[in-house]
Design a protein around this ligand. Structure first.
Ligand code: UDP
Ligand code: MG
Length: 334
């Protein structure tokens, strides 16, 4: 199959860049970095990918020795390279920074977390799917056995909710995916500041494939996503991808107003019949209930207005402060 790599290096083997976001990962990096290197070497020795492939670590403003470790790695083997964000911007922006760095110099990228949870052997199948014509390959967890019941339940509910809200998300797919440079170049035109990659990638389109893999426990360190951050990510994901919550609160408002209207008619009828309306407690409860719904509604609408405000500023989504392969100069914003 004539792929872009043939133009890039005339060999017909795709150049792969593995993009790995890292935030305070000094414990896990020394464990997983050699595994990524071994994978890339095995794949290039078997002739599947070019030996110009690279492992790109994106330091997301870590406060520990992560960046120093990345610099040391880059000196130890040419396959390791790294960029550093000027401050912590979150997982999604770190992945985006890496993908945008890679898009013009490679044929394919695979984004994967740095903690060894995602099975790296699935990369082979991802590249195979690309060679068979897919421009996007989603890594999908085949089981959630390592998760607690609570995590399984919340994850499943979240995916169902997102799909019901009209956002296309692939079930059990996180941020382990292959993207071709063609998709990345189209994706570069998605300028939103609030990015939620797993919801945006399906919007780019193109032929896609799915590769199933086992997800393990973290090899070292601990998760950066406690429940509160996960809930925040979920709310952010929904409000970034769908405006259905606004229709829902409009619907609730209509139903509640209708019930209120019936209540008023009923109160008038009762009053005309000479029977006084008894009980102020019920009245107060209704007022509180309606007040609550109104405040939630204002909050949801406010979230959208806030997002419009943030988008209207056109601030950069990431700022690269350092690269391992270039002396410190001015780096770019994107
Ligand atoms: N990460 C990041 N910036 C952050 C938080 C996390 O780049 O602000 C990286 C982190 O180093 C890891 C990946 O994102 O490679 C996923 O994070 P984590 O493993 O903590 O999340 P979980 O797997 O528990 O959802
Ligand atoms: Mg993890």
């Amino acid at each position: 199959m004539a792929r872009r790599s043939q133009m890039l290096e005339g060999l017909g083997k795709p150049i792969l860049w593995i993009v790995i976001p890292c935030y305070n990962e000094e414990e896990v990096l020394p464990v997983t970095a050699p595994l990524f290197l071994q994978r890339i070497k095995e794949m290039s020795e078997s002739g599947k990918i070019s030996n110009k492939s690279r492992i790109l670590f994106v330091n997301d403003g870590s406060k520990d020795r992560t960046w120093e470790l990345i610099e040391e790695l880059s000196k130890s083997d040419e396959h390791y390279i790294g960029i550093s964000q000027s401050r912590n911007r979150g997982h999604q922006n770190a992945v985006l920074a890496g993908l945008m760095e890679a898009r013009d110099v490679c044929d394919i990228t695979i984004s994967i977390d740095c903690d060894g949870q995602d099975d790296i052997t699935a990369m082979d199948k991802m590249v195979d799917a690309y060679l068979n014509g897919a421009e996007v390959v989603y890594g999908v967890r085949s089981s959630r056995d390592t998760d607690t019941f609570f995590k399984k339940f919340t994850a499943e509910s979240f995916y169902k909710l997102l799909n019901w809200m009209g956002a296309e998300v692939v079930y059990n797919h996180a941020d382990y995916r292959l993207l071709s440079s063609r998709v990345l170049n189209e994706f570069a035109d998605f300028h939103e500041v609030n990015i939620y990659l797993r919801g945006l990638v399906p919007l780019v389109g193109f032929k896609s494939a799915t590769v199933y893999y086992e997800r393990h426990e973290r090899l070292a360190g601990s998760s950066h996503y406690p429940l509160t951050k996960m809930l925040h990510l979920a709310f952010d994901g929904i409000t970034s991808l769908s405006i259905k919550p606004i229709s829902i609160i409009t619907g609730i408002g209509t139903i509640v107003s209708f019930i209120g209207f019936i209540g008023i008619i009923w109160a008038i009828v009762v009053a005309l019949m000479g029977k006084g309306v008894s009980g102020w407690a019920s009245t107060v409860c209704i007022i509180l209930f309606l007040g609550g719904i109104q405040l939630i509604s204002i909050g949801v609408i406010g979230t959208y207005i806030g997002k419009i405000y943030m988008e209207s500023k056109h601030r950069p989504r990431y700022i690269i402060s350092e690269k391992t392969w270039e002396p410190y100069e001015r780096h770019y914003k994107g």
